[in-house]
Write a protein that binds this ligand. Sequence first.
Ligand SMILES: [Fe+2]
Length: 229
Amino acid sequence: MSLDHFRKPSQPSAGTTGHQEDGWCDGYTLPHPVWSEEELNSVQITHTPLEKPVDTAAYYSVQMLRTGFDLLSGYSWGKRFGTLDEKMWLPRIIYLETVAGVPGMIGAMVRHLKSLRCMTRDHGWIHTLLEEAENERMHLLTALELRRPGPLFKIAVIGTQGVFVSMFWIAYFLSPRFCHKFVGYLEEEAVKTYTHCIEVLSKQPTRGCGRIQNLLRLLSATADCLVMQ
Ligand SMILES: [Fe+2]
């Protein structure tokens, strides 16, 4: 079977609308679950109990990062004073999705290299983590249908990648469990935020409100794809 590895000239770019209807990207994306409307609407906020000290470390690392990011990005103030609108939500969602796509790729790469070094099998985790990384990248590409960030935003993403990729790479070498739990608790926070966003936007009939709500239901439903063990 042959695969097309490059976009054909007649096909639209990722930044344009209509490609999903055409199904042009299905030929080279990894196998992934397809969510029903019912499943999208049934997402609940959940919490996995802390069992070991490393779980506690992961949980509080996420809480610390979230608190700092919420303060610096103005989310805490917006939430407090009820000023969050579509213009504030979209950059936040896009930025966080650029971060969310990192752990799966790093985890897959570290495990891939370990499999080569130790000459042992990985029993499916590499593939699962790659699928998760692609899942998050698709979240980003979907959100980009609603807004295109400017140069300053992209510079911030580059800086974040430099720091986060390095730190997550080292952390995965030291403790894969910490990293998996870290992402698990990060996804719990994502479901909380997206649920709050849907509630806020439901009360604000702004332009594009329906589109962003549909996007968030999709992101919430697929946020727990990387169930941590
Ligand atoms: Fe995501």
